[in-house]
Every structure is written in C-alpha cells, then in structure tokens.
Design a protein around this ligand. Structure first.
Ligand code: NAP
Length: 295
C-alpha cells in the first residue's frame, strides 16, 4: 500500500468545528439557532442509525434538531402534511426526509413538496436544476463531501480526467455535475458501460458509487490516481458480524493510487458534515444574510 489515506474523519471534524462557529455568530445576529428537522418513517435499522447520528451532530454544532419518527404504516398524505407543516415552521431551516420510504409513499412527491430553500439534501428538482446550470443552490451532501476531499487533495481539478462509476440521483449524477463545474473532463459509467476496467483506467480521479463490495480492482486504477470510495457494503464473515467494505478493493487499489479514501472513515463522515454545512447555509439565506465563508 503506497497511497496516501485520505482522512475523511479529520476533514469532517474540521468542517463541523467551522459550522459550530458560524452557528454561534448566527445566534448572536438573529437571536435564534438554526434548526434541522429529520423525518424517519419506519424502523429500518440502518436508516435509524443515520438519523440518530444526524440529530447528534446537529446538537453538537449548537443547532436545534426536531426529530419526527413515524410508523411504517404512515400514509403518503400524512407525510406530505408533515412536510407542509415543517415548510411553514419558522424555527426549521432544513428538512431531511430519510430515504428509502415505505412502498405506499412516493418519494418523488415528498421531495417535490419540500420547500427548496429548506431542502438540505439538495434533491428537489429546482435545486438539481440549479446545480446543473451552475447556479448557487443546496448541493447533495455525499458528492459535495467527495468534492471537498478531492479539492483538498488535488487543489485545481481543471482538465483532469474524472470517472464517476454510478449514476444515481443521490451520488453519481450530482458528483458529475460538481466535477464539471470544477472543469474536469467527466465520464459517468454505469451497469451498461462496456469494458468498465478500461474506462476506469483512464481516470486521474475515480469516484465509485455502485453498492458492490470491492468491485473496482487494483489493476483498474491508473498509477497516481486519486480514488474516492462512496460505497458502504457489508461482506459476510465466518463470525457472522460481517465486514464493512467500499466499492473499491482498498489494499489493491492503494498499490497504484496516489491517494484513496478508506471505508469506514472516508466519505461517510463527510456526508454528515456537509448536512450540517447545508443547514447553517440555509439558515443564513432564509434570514437574508450572506453565505457563511470557509465551509
Ligand atoms: P444506487 O442508487 O443503487 O446506484 C448504483 C449505481 O451503480 C447505478 O447507477 C448502477 O447502474 C451502478 N451499477 C450497479 N452495478 C454496476 C456494475 N456492475 N457496474 C457498473 N455500474 C454499476 O446507489 P447509490 O445510492 O448511488 O449508492 C451507491 C453506494 O454508495 C452504496 O454502497 C451506498 O450504500 C453508498 N452510499 C454511501 C453514502 C455515504 O455517506 N458514504 C451515501 C450514499 C450512498 P444503473 O444505473 O445502470 O443501474
């Protein structure tokens, strides 16, 4: 392993510290703390862990968290009404509806009902469109965190060949938009891509967001590339506990890459840090203040 290990945990903590400082200033200026409402429908254990961490991070940054935990029998109308109420609630600057939602609820309708100014996940079509046209917006947290790590590692991304594997609305597509804004030459690969290893081998930057444990092998990586691994996969182990791995075979890829994110401790902590960042930014915009600097 010759690659540098990109410390997402450390970078995330630095962002959260800066967010906390901006929260303190915001409180002083407006007399209130920014607020984040989280909505969890059902009892999916992974979702419950994510939402708990998000609420904890909100409190640690000095913000107010409003946690709404609803049963998995909640109807679409009930959830839409809650979102409408949160849109109207002056104490709430950010609304996060944890996905996936139970089958009786259309996630698209829910996302489209969130006030775009409070859409701290950046999934509302208006925010997606603003990102695609290069306008200021709220950017999806995971790809925004990946971009932060890439810029920290490489500085100027202009002209670099970037390969994004995965085209989801949550990670792959916004990641590609962000890299394009930074003037990288971007390729989006997916399950129908022909000869994926050769496509990935072109990348000065590789972002893997697939959901298949260790799919990207060491000999797919161009020597000197920077690799960002978004995947979170649990591989079975003999003791039954399972082993958490990314979409990239870390040890192999680390032989060729110049720098690589670990799983865990890479992109994961950045997602929460960027959610905190988006919430404090949304609060500033709603209060008519200019965006906080340095985050
Ligand atoms: P997703 O919606 O399932 O999308 C997966 C993408 O990978 C799709 O575009 C799919 O292509 C592509 N794909 C699947 N199999 C492939 C193959 N054999 N070769 C090439 N491409 C393939 O997943 P997601 O929401 O983007 O998440 C991806 C991974 O990131 C998951 O492991 C997830 O747990 C993780 N994640 C982590 C964080 C974090 O905070 N660290 C946040 C979000 C997601 P098609 O479109 O052609 O089907």
């Amino acid at each position: 392993m010759s690659a540098r290990r990109i410390d997402g945990k450390g970078a995330a903590q630095a962002i959260r510290d800066r967010v906390a400082a901006h929260v303190a200033d915001f409180r002083q200026t407006t007399g209130r703390a920014p607020g984040l409402a989280t909505v969890l429908v059902g009892e999916d254990p992974a979702s419950a862990v994510y939402v708990r961490s998000k609420n904890r991070a909100t409190a640690e940054a000095g913000m107010v968290s409003f946690a709404h935990n609803l049963p998995d029998t909640t109807s679409e109308d009930e959830l839409l009404q809650l979102v409408i109420d949160l849109n109207a609630d002056e104490r709430v600057d950010g609304i996060l509806v944890q996905l996936p939602l139970p089958p009786q609820i259309d996630a698209t309708r829910v996302i489209e009902t969130i006030d775009p100014g409070k859409d701290v996940d950046g999934f509302h079509p208006m925010n997606v469109g603003r990102l695609a046209t290069g306008l200021p917006t709220l950017v999806p947290c995971t790809p925004f965190g990946c971009l932060y790590l890439l810029k920290q590692e490489l500085g100027d991304l202009s002209g670099l060949e970037a390969i994004v594997v995965g085209r989801s609305n949550i990670v792959g597509k916004p990641m590609a938009q962000l890299l394009l804004i930074e003037h990288a030459t971007v390729t989006i690969a997916h399950s129908r891509t022909r000869d994926l290893p050769s496509v990935v081998r072109r990348g000065d930057i590789v972002v893997a967001a697939v959901g298949r444990g260790e799919m990207v092998r060491g000999d797919w990586i161009k020597p000197g590339a920077t690799v960002i691994d978004v995947g979170i996969n649990r591989l079975p182990t003999e003791d039954g506990k399972g082993r958490l791995v990314g979409d990239v075979a870390y040890d192999e890829a680390g032989q060729a890459a110049a720098a690589i994110t670990p799983v865990p401790g890479g992109v994961g902590p950045m997602t929460i840090a960027m959610l905190m960042r988006n919430t404090v930014v949304a609060a500033h915009r709603r209060a008519g203040l200019k965006d906080p600097e340095g985050i």
